[in-house]
Write a protein that binds this ligand. Structure first.
Ligand SMILES: Nc1ncnc2c1ncn2[C@@H]1O[C@H](COP(=O)(O)OP(=O)(O)OP(=O)(O)O)[C@@H](O)[C@H]1O
Length: 875
């Protein structure tokens, strides 16, 4: 994408941030991000090899071969060295020097093909790393192929990086690609012959893949294969053998294989001819090339996204055995470990047991080419494959899910992360499809509905379904309703943020024939992303952010990190304070507030609509009040939220709103064109991408020369800089370039600049220091009703009706006795003894501003008074 800097807001001293790698050093929950390790932590893990254990690459042999080749080359050089000119001798010495530097990474033995210039990729024999020339005329087709067989690692403008992994090859096989086709196409695209190590890696990983399927029939799970020997192999494993259910009666349509009790045979289901709603051609024809001209068709049609009916076709008979529902998860995991990952496919067109659902897309609904491509990967062989579709934020994952439900036409359960999303999903189903109100039900803590008739849709949250605590009578009834039936389809929204344990519970409780996970950021800050492979299925499709931006489906965004120097007073306190307060200090840095004010003014003047994000609620309220803007956080009532959002959408006076992390997802504001981030959740790559997603859907994205803007304000020389770099990694890998802005031209001359004087800044620091530890907490976005002061700002600044009859709600905070006396403008303060002790100790610190010295003195005195009073009271 174009990376021009917004001219008026950048100063002369800008530079581009170098990328840092190997930074997945976070643990568990949500997106795996909890307590961060600090940059200098000895526990930070190092990125491990891309080829996992058991891969067939023989490094020792490879090294030996490289060393032999180098020795031979040196011997031949030495022989003729006397006859060479001194220039040539010098050049050869240089070569040796270089090969010494590259050591095992000298790949000169992989000879370039004669026409290498017209072939766009190179593949590393060491680790399956693929490098693609993004500027090649056939790069787009090559990308389609690479996305199908490998993991996109980094896709900036010119050079893309992918990596071949066992999971990516599993995904390739599951969308119908065959081993030899993968090797052949790689060879045709590669500048050098595909190294033997890679060929054998692909062969070894794909021969066992795609042979075993998990199917749900008559509410029972079966492991199915057209290869009886594979099933026999699996049954030798203890975990699988113990999970097997031996039927007392054999079903009439099946026969038992001699010598293998419980192994049954049936006819393979019929394939082909499926039309996805919103498209006109059968799936096999629509698949693959994203609606573009197939310039090198013969190269790709045989492999990319086209159903390969020959797969598993060596035997028309399907052999199967039943497994216990409760052991399904263990069996799936075991099959993965045995290198026989199970594909989950649902032959919905031949399912006569489960009633059909009368649902279709409205005639006015047209799906976009990439939405169609992603769906063709799911329905490529006429059945529904379970797996994950990855589309950028704002690219329309909801419609992809709805179209999948309209294709399967069976009862569907949708699970989302919050009740706001539940309502949005319901509304979107009604908007895009012909489903009636009666056919779609909602299951949240407030609403427990069932659909009318035999089939329908239920939208709920992960927590409602996976809850293990005592349930209300109504909830129990609802769960019985969900658990007692067979679902055709389960849609899993924001699939990457849900902990594995929750999935496990959902998968065990709910019986579904097919699963589709939707996400924009298939990244977690721990290593649990691979859990999704066996719990849901492989990644079926991943779109390229830059491609969609270039085609106008999402907005072009200019990203910048603004470095705000800390004032000396803030920095001194920052160095003295403990972690949580440190965060508050770098969020509340007056220079950052000024930068925020300047950027809001600048972009409002340009006609932009601005969202300011802050994870920290204390900072959010403070900024919004100081700058006179509306805000929403966890404690804001639903009515107030809707009112603020409506004003942002339609009131020309309301061009900026402040949002806490409640706005990271699920808020659809296509009016927003600029985003400013003042505080965020440590190094979460997911949050960064999801926030960017709020402006990717900008309505004005197709206006000529339009750009959306994304600013991260970072306090200089603090931990925030480290987190910021980590956060950007995902977006950088998608091709976004972050500019560093170290100076905002015109900031100093802003007429009503806040915190201009030192005294104002010192007053601010004292209120920050008096804030409680919980105020400093980034995660505490749900404050009690007493913390909700939204009405104050609303009514004061915009003449809107106040949320609570015009009366600002009371606020309760922890502070000092000085504050209680009224000096800090607080009406009610709780006193805490341990806090006093800490404050008293601080008085020892030298070199403090006289304002602090006075305050410290007062505190010591107050403490003494309090002790005296307590002693007097006691006696
Ligand atoms: N085929 C389409 N035609 C017209 N509008 C579409 C289409 N697909 C998606 N949209 C619109 O694009 C916007 C974004 O869609 P949606 O909310 O589903 O995105 P998303 O991928 O779920 O984003 P996020 O991950 O940020 O929640 C919505 O306003 C939606 O109406």
């Amino acid at each position: 994408m174009a990376t021009k800097r917004p001219s008026a807001v950048t100063g002369p001293s800008t530079s581009k941030r170098a990328r840092t790698d190997g930074d997945d050093d976070y643990i568990d929950v949500d997106d795996g991000l909890q307590e961060p390790l600090m940059p200098d932590s000895p526990g930070s893990p190092v990125e491990t090899s891309l080829i996992p254990k058991g891969a067939t690459i023989n490094f020792t042999a490879l090294r030996r071969r490289l060393a032999d080749e180098r020795d031979a080359a040196e011997r031949s050089n030495d022989k003729g060295i006397n006859n060479l000119s001194s220039l040539e001798v010098h050049r050869r010495q240089q070569d040796r020097l270089i090969s010494h530097i590259f050591m095992d990474h000298d790949f000169s033995w992989l000879h370039l093909k004669n026409d290498h210039a017209s072939r766009p990729l190179w593949i590393s024999p060491n680790d399956g790393h693929i490098i693609l020339e993004g500027f090649s005329p056939i790069a787009e087709q090559a990308q389609d192929f690479l996305v199908a067989i490998s993991e996109p690692d980094s896709r900036p403008a010119f050079i893309h990086e992918y990596k071949l992994t066992p999971y990516s090859l599993y995904a390739a096989v599951s969308v119908g690609l065959q081993t030899e086709d993968i090797i052949e196409v790689l060879n045709r695209l590669s500048k050098v012959p595909v190294p033997d190590t890679i060929v054998s890696f692909i062969r070894e990983r794909t021969t066992s893949y795609g042979k075993v399927k998990l199917v749900l029939k008559h509410n029972k799970y079966f492991i199915e294969s057209t290869h009886p020997d594979t099933l026999q192999f699996l049954l030798k494993d203890q975990v699988i053998r113990e999970a097997r259910v031996i039927p007392t009666q054999v079903a009439p349509e099946t026969t038992t294989i001699t010598g293998m009790a419980g192994l049954t045979i049936s006819k393979a289901p019929v394939k082909g001819g499926l039309v996805i709603p919103g498209t006109s051609k059968p799936t096999g024809e629509t698949a693959g090339l994203d609606g573009r001209k197939q310039t090198d068709a013969d190269l790709f049609t045989s492999v990319v996204g086209v159903d390969n009916d020959e797969i598993d076709e060596d035997d028309d008979n399907v052999h199967a055995f039943e497994i216990d529902d409760s052991k399904i998860d263990a069996v799936k995991k075991r099959c993965n470990e045995l290198e026989y990952p199970m594909l989950e496919e649902y032959d919905f067109r031949n399912d006569t047991i489960n009633p059909n659902l009368d649902i279709d897309l409205k005639p006015s609904t047209v799906i976009r080419p990439y939405q169609e491509t992603s769906l063709s990967k799911m329905f490529g062989n006429g059945r529904a494959r379970s797996g994950i579709i990855v589309l950028p934020c704002g690219a329309g994952k909801t419609l992809v899910g709805i179209t999948a439900a309209c294709t399967i036409k069976k009862s569907c359960l949708v699970l989302c992360t919050s009740s706001v999303s539940v309502m949005q999903w319901k509304q979107q189903f009604m908007m895009w499809s012909n489903i009636t109100e009666k056919q779609i039900a909602v299951f949240t803590s407030d609403q427990k509905e069932k659909f009318a008739g035999e089939s329908g849709i239920v939208v709920s949250t992960y927590t409602m379904v996976a809850n293990t605590q005592v349930r209300s009578h109504e909830s129990k009834k609802m769960m019985e309703f969900l658990e007692s039936r067979e679902w055709g389809f389960i849609l899993l929204d924001e699939v990457h943020v849900v902990p594995a344990t929750v999935f496990r519970r959902v998968v065990t409780k709910i019986k579904a024939h097919s699963k589709l996970g939707l996400t924009a950021t298939l990244v977690r800050e721990d290593d649990k992303i691979s859990d999704l492979n066996y719990m849901i299925g492989p990644k079926l499709y991943e779109a390229n952010w830059m491609d969609l931006a270039a085609k106008g489906h999402i907005a072009n965004v200019q990203c910048a990190e603004v470095w705000c120097p800390m004032t000396p007073e803030f920095y001194r306190e920052y160095l003295r304070e403990k972690t949580r307060k440190r965060m508050l200090l770098y969020c509340m840095n007056p220079k950052k507030i000024q930068a925020c004010q300047f950027l809001i003014r600048y972009h409002e003047d340009r006609g932009d609509k601005i969202i300011v994000f802050s994870d920290n609620v204390f900072a959010l309220e403070h900024y919004a009040r100081k700058l006179g803007k509306l805000y929403i956080h966890g404690a804001t009532s639903q009515v107030e939220r809707m009112r603020v959002l409506d004003h942002f959408r339609s009131n020309p006076k309301v061009n900026t709103i402040f949002l806490s992390k409640v706005g990271d997802t699920s808020i659809d504001l296509p009016e927003a064109t600029c985003l400013i981030q003042i505080s965020s959740h440590f190094g979460s790559r997911r949050q960064e991408a999801q926030r960017l997603g709020r402006i990717l859907r900008a309505k004005r994205r197709n206006d000529e020369g339009f750009n959306a803007f994304f600013y991260s304000l970072v306090s200089k020389d603090t931990q925030e800089m480290y987190y910021s770099t980590k956060r950007q990694k995902f977006l950088i890998d998608q091709g976004y370039a972050f500019k560093i802005i170290t100076h905002l031209d015109g900031l100093d001359t802003l007429p009503d600049l806040v915190y201009r004087t030192r005294d104002e800044q010192i007053e601010l620091i004292s209120s920050v220091l008096l804030a409680s530890e919980s105020d400093a907490d980034l995660g505490s976005d749900v404050r009690g009703a007493e913390g909700d002061l939204d009405g104050t700002v609303t009514s004061k600044n915009f003449g809107l009706p106040p949320s609570r009859g015009g009366m600002p709600a009371a606020k309760r905070t922890t502070g000092s006795l000085t504050a209680l006396s009224g000096a800090q403008h607080m009406s009610y303060v709780e006193q805490n003894k341990s806090a006093n002790k800490k404050l008293a100790k601080e008085t020892i610190a030298a070199n403090r501003h006289k304002l602090f010295a006075k305050r410290d003195k007062e505190r010591v005195q107050a403490k003494k008074d309090a002790q005296k009073a307590a002693t007097a009271g006691g006696s």
